[in-house]
Design a protein around this ligand. Sequence first.
Ligand SMILES: *[C@@H]1O[C@H](CO)[C@@H](O)[C@H](O)[C@H]1NC(C)=O
Ligand SMILES: *[C@@H]1O[C@H](CO)[C@@H](O)[C@H](O)[C@H]1NC(C)=O
Ligand SMILES: *[C@@H]1O[C@H](CO)[C@@H](O)[C@H](O)[C@H]1NC(C)=O
Ligand SMILES: *[C@@H]1O[C@H](CO)[C@@H](O)[C@H](O)[C@H]1NC(C)=O
Ligand SMILES: *[C@@H]1O[C@H](CO)[C@@H](O)[C@H](O)[C@H]1NC(C)=O
Length: 427
Amino acid sequence: MALRFLLALSLLHSVWALWPIPATLSTGNTALVLSSNFYFDVAVQNAPADLHNAVQQAQYYLKNNKLGCLVISRGANDSAVLTNAKSLPSLKLTLSSGATVNPIATESVKPLGMRSEEYVLTVPADGSPATLSANSTLGLYRGLTMFGQMWYYYGGKTYTLEAPISITDVPAYLVFSRWMWHNIGLSNFPVADLQRTLDAMSWVKINIFHWHITDNQSFPLEVAQFSQLATNGAYSADETYSESNVQNLVQYAAEVRFIEIDTPGHTAIIGTTYPEYVTCMDASPWSTYANEPLAGQLRFALPEVVNFITALLSSVAKTLPSYYFSTGGDELNTNCYINDTLTQQQLKSANTTLAGALATFTNSMHSALIAEGKTPVVWEEQDLDLIRRCSCCGQLGISHRSRTSNYFYLVRMLSFFSIHPFLIPII
Ligand SMILES: *[C@@H]1O[C@H](CO)[C@@H](O)[C@H](O)[C@H]1NC(C)=O
Ligand SMILES: *[C@@H]1O[C@H](CO)[C@@H](O)[C@H](O)[C@H]1NC(C)=O
Ligand SMILES: *[C@@H]1O[C@H](CO)[C@@H](O)[C@H](O)[C@H]1NC(C)=O
Ligand SMILES: *[C@@H]1O[C@H](CO)[C@@H](O)[C@H](O)[C@H]1NC(C)=O
Ligand SMILES: *[C@@H]1O[C@H](CO)[C@@H](O)[C@H](O)[C@H]1NC(C)=O
């Protein structure tokens, strides 16, 4: 035990904070400092502006992060070996031959499984230039964030003790591992905070931001065609996201393009604008009618509600380049409809069941999203029998979530349908 502890201590000095751990990594034990004239050599013909921006950002962090080694006295003990160390003049970025030169923003919204995020990064120990190559500008971007994590700073020097370094990296899982969920419907964050979150996500290569933008509690999203929803549903007039906020954020973070408008549960807030579309509003005891307090769900069987939600979702989806769009589908409580006269009348006159009506509702939303070029995404607790039956099945991804705390969900996604074979089922 003691021996193991000592061994762990002796390794501490060389432990890196490379995250996520590269698929393959090899290191040496030679010291190497960044040249004071260190530069990025972008050897990519017609490199897009956002690649240049990413390079500038990488350069900025290299200069300014000044991350010290996590040991007592920081890098003081490394000074001696750094005195005679070789220096690294540059990092050369290239795309593999035949690769198409697209903006990172274009690459990052491709369907999962059709994005190339892999890269090969080598940092020689002998003072010759480092190289980064990839099959896409997105891969180069991933490599840049990894390059930025390799360095310690001490006494005016940015250095590593582990050259030569060689990394070949690719996401371990196509779909599931790099996903972040942000429940804005529950708590409101200023745009600047979201941008900071997005920055941190990009450093650790989280490649999907699932923006759960509405919930029972608030509807902060401004939608021109349905402006009252935010007027009546935001926590306050200052706590909304305008269309330009959304567009700016989408532009800011190429990969953050996945919005969820939860339906038909978690929609009490819509009742503040359209009371006739929501039933069992604030019904008591709430636990009979809702999975969290207080109650209120869409009367999804009514044709006018189907039309309203379909129009709302397509009008939001139209403004976003994202390949995915979530319609929620979680925590529907069917007790809510048992004594709802309007719902029961409608079911009777349409000679259908609640499940049948839910299929119609879901089909209508999803068909509209598909027409906008989206792949609809729902929570895994959406009635699976229903989804298997519905006509747009081939386009559906089912997301799977695990609750890690009250306000933060980790989401994984799977699809058992053949149209998108790259969405491999993992559960
Ligand atoms: C740094 O070097 C000094 C003197 O050689 C040594 O006593 C000390 O343990 C070293 N500290 C670390 C963290 O290696
Ligand atoms: C790029 O694509 C080629 C051919 O598909 C592949 O062999 C290579 O490993 C890929 N990755 C990089 C980083 O070039
Ligand atoms: C859900 O929304 C309703 C309507 O806005 C509100 O009265 C209720 O307090 C909300 N529930 C929670 C838990 O915030
Ligand atoms: C529906 O109404 C009946 C008759 O008033 C009542 O006994 C029952 O508890 C109600 N059920 C729900 C889920 O509201
Ligand atoms: C209602 O639907 C059921 C089951 O689909 C069917 O057997 C029945 O004939 C229908 N009734 C009317 C009046 O259409």
